[in-house]
Write a protein of this length. Structure first.
Length: 219
């Protein structure tokens, strides 16, 4: 297959598998999504979805969040890990949203990335999933699969994002990044990977990875 044919195969296969695409993190508005994404760093989405209802029952907007102490926030979010850093980030960004943005989450990468504990990936998720603005947030699943599918060199998430944006149509970015995440979880995980179930990698995957897989499974 040519690269163009491989890209088309990925798009069509994912569209067939995921005609409707659930958003992994439960939220009701841009602010609650922003907090959920921040909490998801080095934490599973399942765990985040268990913790956010407890946090949002006390504060689901920046005005209520700053009425809590950093320590109170930390105690609630502790199961998500990195709670000292995340609690300071949540409190700090809530203050800035009130002071600079009238309590609203801004609709720009620049403004989002100026917020405490908000990096490019978090900003990209918010822009994409909260505002529908084309973005291609790269998580570990996307980074792994773009390499397995021989669509990126796997050297950095920055390069993977650049490659994804260059080969996939912009109007599909917001759907594709979610479809690839779900596909990675269900069919092409890092551990317990079964290539026979992973139709995309088996069809278009990097030859060295496929050869290594069969070498390991034949031992």
């Amino acid at each position: 297959m040519t690269k163009s044919e491989r890209v088309t195969f990925v798009i069509n296969t994912l569209k067939e598998l995921y005609p409707t695409i659930p958003v992994p993190l439960d939220h009701k508005d841009p602010y609650t999504l922003l907090i959920a994404v921040l909490l998801s760093a080095q934490c599973t989405d399942v765990r985040v979805n268990q913790i956010t209802p407890l946090l949002f029952a006390k504060a689901d907007n920046p005005f209520d969040m700053v009425k809590m102490s950093i320590e109170e926030i930390k105690e609630i979010i502790k199961p998500c890990g990195l709670s000292p850093m995340k609690s300071k980030g949540i409190f700090g960004l809530s203050q800035i949203l009130i002071e600079k943005h009238n309590g609203e989450v801004p609709k720009s990468f620049e403004a989002l990335e100026e917020l405490p504990a908000v990096g490019h990936k978090t900003a990209s998720v918010v822009m994409s999933q909260a505002f529908g603005i084309p973005a291609f947030p790269v998580d570990t699943h996307i980074h792994r699969l773009m390499y397995r599918w021989n669509l990126s060199n796997g050297k950095s998430v920055q390069q993977t994002e650049k490659d994804a944006k260059s080969i996939f149509p912009k109007e599909l970015w917001n759907d594709l990044h979610l479809q690839i995440i779900w596909y990675g979880r269900e069919y092409s995980p890092a551990r317990g990977w079964n290539l026979e179930k992973d139709i995309i990698t088996k069809t278009i995957g990097r030859k060295s990875i496929i050869d290594e897989y069969y070498k390991k499974t034949s031992r």
